[in-house]
Design a protein around this ligand. Sequence first.
Ligand code: SD4
Length: 332
Amino acid sequence: MKRKDFLRSLPVVGSAVTMIVTGGEGRSSTPTGPGETSPAGSPLVMSTWNFNLPVNQTAVATLESGGSLLDAVEKSISLVEADPAITSVGRGGYPDRDGHVTLDASIMDEKGDAGSVVFLEHIVHAISVARKVLEKTPHVILAGEGALQFAVEQGFPEENLLTEKAEKAYRQWLKTSGYIPRPEKNNHDTVGLLVMDKNGDIAGGCSTSGLAWKMHGRVGDSPIIGAGLYVDNEIGAAASTGLGEAVLKVAGSFLVVESMRKGASPQEACAIAIERIIRKQPQYKEGSDFLVGFIALNKKGEIGACSYRKGLQYSLMRQGTNTVVDAGYLVK
Ligand code: SD4
């Protein structure tokens, strides 16, 4: 099917796909946007949210000093995991409703290999453990106690990840919440990262403490290959942020990559995934706190990002320039 026919054949609510408002760059409405940039020559890095400019910088520096794509993903995401000020990833992450900080992370390389940990406690660098799963085990996902046991065997130190600040916020939440987990706009912010090296090869990673105040045992989209992260070095890559449950139900990042395979630009592909979520689960339209978004890049070095409502930002480093960009969105 030709690209134009494919896009026309998409089942849309109203004209959701054509409703895209581009806050940043995207081929849907800015034909001279990122799509015109050749990937060859210098690395291209994009990551969810605006706190990730240093993450992008570290990824590029790692590649430029001879590191592999996996080194770039691991080193740069480790920065966020170690930062106690970021309350949604690693040390300092807000706990679940029982007071436990539990981490999810995934990593995927240009060969299509993947590793992930879910419901991991006491180890700050979940992304590094995910990489070890990829490199040292015949498996893709390790969970909970088993993931912790593996991490300790691999030499990772155990520590208390609950900071004073996070514990205080948790105590406050307990007072007001009635112990009911509720996803709100400001209680999550995964780091999702896509890296293309100067040869055009792609890898990605995701790390999060998940939704604050979630039920004990809850696992989100971030560590699930195809949901929170997907890389296909022939086509491109995608990562998600926001309400993991919504992303899981449509295998979101896989959907973005498969849409690019059928001819959609990264911007269109992200919008298609958002539209699919809303069409299948219209209840999400009602919650004004509902946030879900995707970032994507393709083999040509084109990029895209879209959330349902305005608010998603991403950090983009391309040809030496590192900036925060507003993602497109479907409705205001
Ligand atoms: C999750 N998607 O666990 C993650 C949380 C998060 O931006 O993104 N946030 O559902």
